[in-house]
Design a binder for this molecule. Sequence first.
Ligand code: NI
Length: 216
Amino acid sequence: MTCCLFSLSAVTITLLGAGTLIGFIYLLNERKAQNRRKVQRAAVGKMAIGGPFSLITHEKKPVTDKDFKGQWLLIYFGFTHCPDICPEELEKLAEVTELLNRQKSKQKHPFQPVFVSVDPERDTPELITQYLKDYSPHFIGLTGTREQVAEMCKHYRVYFSQGPKVGNDYIVDHAIIMYLINPNGEFVDYYGRNKNAKEVAYAIEQHMNAFKAANA
Ligand code: NI
């Protein structure tokens, strides 16, 4: 019995020791993982958003990112068959445009709202023209081949995925985000659904003023 108790406590001590060691290794690994995450976060923070693209406008004009240099762009990715979120966001984009156009005379670089289709299969230039008409005469709509759209989305880190088809009907799940690009073609800021038109317009105005001051 004593012998058993002894060996039992020996086993306990051994287990405790092993447990401590495992715990220690775990802590070390956890710290390493934390550092890795920190490095990763820093990299993501600096990750370049935006980049070259080659698409066609709703007027069937081929365009690249270079054609938009000298303009402030607010880019929204969506699709014309979107049942609820895109209409809301495009209304917001139209309102932001109206708000900013009131100050147009003060800005050297024009403000250009852009809609990029993540559903090029159905979103023809004709359909996009029809669709955007309901929101604002100032919008430029962009579409292209599936590859061209995927390429732009990759640069802008915009996730999109086509849902199951019922006939020709399907939903495209997509990121809901507006990207602000400055006249040098550089990504400056982004706005999600949580910001209303006034807040977005105000934020953009601040960026425009800062850009003007820095480039005066
Ligand atoms: Ni949508």
